[in-house]
Design a protein around this ligand. Structure first.
Ligand code: HSE
Length: 296
């Protein structure tokens, strides 16, 4: 049985729309072996499709077909901690699990670069799939066929506190609300901030992060789809967060916080409860530099 641990991811990082993403210490687990037919089990009670539409299964089957190998079915066991349709890379985690699992079962015919490329082709953009596979912070350009990427490990004590609302926001809906065109001025606004984000995170110039996560490509439009988002942003900054941004396509809101801001998560929990947002979950996470691996 192949065993795989896949990290959650936070894409965009504010201004780096479809280009930047990082892996976080929150994991899905998938066990996989060849079988006759479809046999899919959820080990933690989370609903997962138990037929061919299951994304882990479908992705693994695709890789067998691409490699020209006979495929008779799979037995898959899943633990799905990463909440679905919340902007934390749950579908990318399934895609990566399917690809890495199938690749290992076949004796690793695909290279790491080929897995990065194929996962982006399946998902449509690389900013969740690449960090889910590679870990760290990943800067990626997808030219429609190949991903040109750099993974950087991040050695920081920063905490990533995520507020996860109790409703889903599908990526298709969150992309449908975006403008088809933007001005030259707004393009400069975003590209300068996206570059500032990585440079500041990697050099410890955290005071830049609030400016770096601001953007004109997606967050102003997506805020409309996330009730109470503005309140959560205000609370994050009032509690001393370096930065707050919509994680991926939303609706979760990610906050970057100094390690010495000891009680941030507890204070956020208290503030959300007082604002009537008890259904929002709060998780304290850190950057995962290892990416997808065998669980220890
Ligand atoms: N970059 C993507 C988006 C991430 O914001 O739509 C979600 O998959």
């Amino acid at each position: 049985m192949i065993k795989i641990q896949i990290p959650a991811t936070s894409a965009n990082l504010g201004a780096g729309f479809d280009a930047l993403g990082l892996a976080l210490s929150y994991y899905n687990y998938v066990n996989m072996e060849e079988a006759d037919g479809v046999n899919i089990v959820s080990l933690d009670g989370t609903y997962v499709p138990d037929d061919e539409s299951n994304l882990v299964y479908a992705t693994a089957k695709t890789l067998y077909q691409i490699c020209g190998r006979p495929f008779h079915g799979l037995h898959i066991e899943q633990i799905n901690n990463i909440p679905m349709a919340r902007g934390m890379g749950s579908s990318s985690a399934c895609i990566i699990a399917g690809l890495v699992g199938a690749n290992r079962l076949m004796g690793d015919p695909l290279t790491l670069d080929e897995l990065v490329n194929l996962s982006a082709q399946i998902e449509g953009h690389p900013d969740n799939t690449a960090p889910a596979l590679l870990g760290g912070i990943v800067t990626a350009v997808f030219d429609g066929k190949s991903v040109h990427w750099v993974k950087q490990e991040v050695f920081t004590t920063l905490k990533f506190i995520v507020a996860v609302p109790d409703f889903e926001l599908k990526t298709e809906q969150a992309r449908a609300c975006l403008p088809k065109e933007i001005s030259h001025r707004d393009a400069v606004y975003n590209l300068s901030r996206a570059a500032l984000f990585s440079a500041s995170l990697l050099t410890g110039k955290y005071e830049n992060l609030r400016t770096a996560v601001d953007d004109k490509l997606h967050q102003p439009y997506r805020m409309e789809l996330i009730p109470h988002a503005a309140e959560v942003f205000d609370t994050a900054y009032s509690l001393g967060a370096y930065a707050a941004y919509i994680s991926g396509a939303g609706p979760s809101i990610m906050m970057i916080v100094d390690a010495e801001n000891c009680f941030f998560a507890g204070k956020l929990r208290f503030a959300l409860d007082r604002a009537g947002l008890s259904a929002w979950q709060v998780h304290e996470l850190h950057i995962d530099n290892a990416g997808t691996r065998e669980p220890s």
